[in-house]
Write a protein that binds this ligand. Structure first.
Ligand code: AR6
Length: 169
């Protein structure tokens, strides 16, 4: 597969779509979510706010994904997905994280995305162990029935870059 690891800010990448590790409100937050909203500008928040709620305050349930434009980003699209909060691994976390990758790829395919960048979904404040999260990311892309021609695993620290290098073998 045509993939590589890029260490740096996902908001700078000139890919068709970047994936956001969001929360269920889709109204922004810290980490990569905050960086994406800052770089995309207020149009992104307005587009998120316009998405229908699945239930009060929830525009994207955990394990699902939604797509918006990229506004001021170089990326044409932002695919927002909500990873699981790590509670020790017995509350369905692996299946939910797998679903994030599957649903993000499904939207990418529907929108003709040829290049995509993923951050380490759930591996920040949501506490998913980095090695386990990276293993799922790599497996879900490798085993996907369809994937964009160019897939970037975007890391944000030298330590996370090593984790992905190891997961990629
Ligand atoms: N580019 C690429 N990766 C980044 C960037 C960036 N600019 N900034 C941080 N990371 P996190 P989560 C890395 O916490 O664990 C938000 O508040 C970071 O180092 O952003 O899924 C949301 O609103 C880590 O490796 O996402 C949710 O409430 C990875 O991105 C919650 O955090 C994911 O860390 C989601 O938590």
């Amino acid at each position: 597969m045509n993939h590589h690891v890029f260490e740096g800010d996902i908001t700078t990448l000139p890919v068709d779509a970047i994936v956001n590790a969001a929360n269920e409100s889709l109204l922004g937050g810290g980490g990569v979510d905050g960086a994406i909203h800052r770089a995309a500008g207020p149009g992104l928040l307005a587009a998120c706010r316009a998405l229908p709620e699945a239930r009060p305050g929830v525009r994207c349930p955990t394990g699902e994904a939604r797509i918006t434009g990229g506004f001021a980003l170089p990326a044409r699209f932002v695919i927002h997905t909500v990873g699981p909060v790590w509670h020790g691994g017995q509350r369905g976390e692996p299946a939910l994280l797998e679903a994030c990758y599957r649903e993000s790829l499904r939207l990418a395919r529907e929108h003709g995305v040829a290049s995509i960048a993923f951050p380490a979904i759930s591996a920040g404040v949501y506490g998913y162990p980095a090695d386990a999260a990276a293993a799922i990311a790599v497996r879900m892309i490798r085993d996907a029935p369809w994937r964009p021609g160019n897939v970037v695993f975007c890391t944000f620290s030298a330590a996370m870059t090593r984790v992905y290098a190891s997961a990629l073998g």
